[in-house]
Design a protein around this ligand. Sequence first.
Ligand code: KG4
Ligand code: ZN
Length: 346
Amino acid sequence: MTSPPAAILGLETSCDETAAAVVTGEGRVASNVVYSQHDLHGRYGGVVPELASRRHIETVEVVVLEAMRQAGITWSDLNAVAVTNGPGLAGALLVGISFAKALAYAMRIPLIDVNHLEGHLASAWIDHPDFPTPCVVLIVSGGHTHLYLVNPAGSYELIGHTLDDAAGEAFDKAAKMLSLGYPGGPAIDRIARTGDASAIRFPRPYLKRGNLDFSFSGIKTALLYYLRDLDQAGQPWRVADIAASFQEAIVDVLAEKAFEAVRRFKVEALAVVGGVSANSRLRTVLTSRADSTGIRLSLPSLAYCTDNAAMVAAAGLKAYAQGRFTSWQLEAVVESPRHRSAMPRL
Ligand code: KG4
Ligand code: ZN
């Protein structure tokens, strides 16, 4: 075991957030700076990879300097640099990787690669360092809807995943249909608060199948047909009711499957992480089910739900403690591990 470090710098540029954070050797988040590119991509209704890379190049240095300033440390206080190496957009990942490599090389400190999902997973423990294992972790984001069983030794196994769209993707596509802008999840969350969630009964796919896999493309198609039928009948769209009902269907499925996994694997702790875990209705439903069943629930603070570098530094800290360093030949891993059985390591 290596002695505890003073500080790890984390970097995250896998998609449309340029993020840097400092986590101390005790696991305290000393800074967490996120520059979001949402304004840049909003007008296109989704992320434009080339624009994302260019904006990362323009902002990465400023974001890192700000993270260092807020943490109140200097370069020589850093013990390692942790960086997301995938999955994500090739060009976007390369910006963070190149910056991290150059910095670590110049400072003669280790470079640590962090799988993006490992980062989200680590976010469950940032606010709750004593969160127990074994536990079930649901990673629910724009690219993933994955259920993991995390064992006491820290290893994990994939126990369920989406067979088509991720939940965040379904939110984003629904918001596009409803002209609510990008990213869609927060927009639907906001407008759904004024709507009636029981107004429309959207399908709850796979709920009765007794397995832990997900499918969200059916809900999306149901919404498309619902809107088309309204148009054909010349009826107005009650957007708040539609958004609330659509959100309720997704939340129902996510909560039911997560607690089914907890039951099936006889664990007493559940963490839900990733961008969609910021959803206010999902947080309410999960919290009340956890309270009524006595299950310990970890929901990251909102700052650690959507893409951020604190989670990357937190995962990096674990790797550092185990002496798991990366070679200077580190490359970007673009592919989505959606159908892989497990992340590379924990
Ligand atoms: O984890 P994340 O920032 O990036 C990925 O790894 O994909 O997740 C982004 C996703 C987007 O699909 C976004 O619409 C969704 O998380 N999201 C939400 C909310 N905030 C972000 N979905 C529902 N409700 C929210 N409040
Ligand atoms: Zn993410």
